[in-house]
Design a protein. Structure first.
Lengths: 110, 117
């Protein structure tokens, strides 16, 4: 079974600082997704990464994928309070089944 | 354009009872997946429906069953409820079309919060 690990599980960072969330997965996959979940809310799609070396950026968030290392990163630049949420990576196999990581709970402190 | 809608939003049941959760996919989507999200965990895949058939199943017992209707909406049924079934149940939809698989992200509903007493 495909396993997805994220670290850190909890992240508290000051506004204006940079940080990276890591997502490792156990078997070959070339489709990786990042989602955001606010407390009590559903999951919102952030990025879709479909090939080795793919990089996507939206505002203060940038995601990348290294399929050879089975690693994706979500980089946060100059964090602001509005980015406080739980971030999940998910890997999809050829059957379209999504395997989610345990999530990274991000708190941005003023 | 309505997104994925789920009902009910909250539900309280007792051990041994049965429950049915409902999902309407986003307009234009034909594939529905169900996930269980326990508190503090990531969503766990239960199963996926496409063309009214269960296409793939995760590691869940037979107490969990589902159905997809011709209009692509779906139901999740859970029998003989256990305390451990308490969780947020998420429905996600996507478009497969004639291809076997999709690269598009799944769109999630707001979920049904199921509490077992």
């Amino acid at each position: 079974e495909l396993k997805v690990e994220q670290n850190p599980l909890f992240l508290s960072m000051q506004e204006g600082k940079n940080y990276t969330i890591y997502c490792n997965y156990s078997t070959t996959s070339d489709r990786l997704y990042w989602y955001r979940q606010d407390p009590g809310k559903s999951l919102e799609s952030l990025f879709v990464l479909l090939s080795n070396g793919a990089v996507k950026q939206e505002g203060r968030l940038m995601a990348s994928l290294d399929t050879k290392a089975r690693l994706s990163t979500l980089h946060i630049t100059a964090a602001v309070h509005d980015l406080s949420a739980t971030y999940f990576c998910a890997v999809s196999n050829t059957g379209n089944q999504f395997y989610f990581g345990t999530g990274t709970s991000l708190t941005v402190i003023p | 354009d309505a997104g994925v809608t789920q009902s009910p939003t909250h539900l309280i049941k007792t051990r041994g009872q049965q429950v049915t959760l409902r999902c309407s996919p986003k307009s234009g989507h034909d594939t529905v997946s169900w996930y269980q999200q326990a508190l503090g965990q990531g969503p766990q895949f239960i199963f996926q429906y496409y063309e009214e058939e269960e296409r793939q199943r995760g590691n869940f017992p037979d107490r969990f069953s589902g159905h997809q209707f011709p209009n692509y909406s779906s139901e999740l049924n859970v029998n003989a409820l256990l305390l451990g079934d308490s969780a947020l149940y998420l429905c996600a939809s996507s478009y497969t079309g004639q291809g076997r698989y999709s690269n598009q992200p799944q769109h999630f509903g707001d979920g049904t919060r199921l509490s077992i007493l």
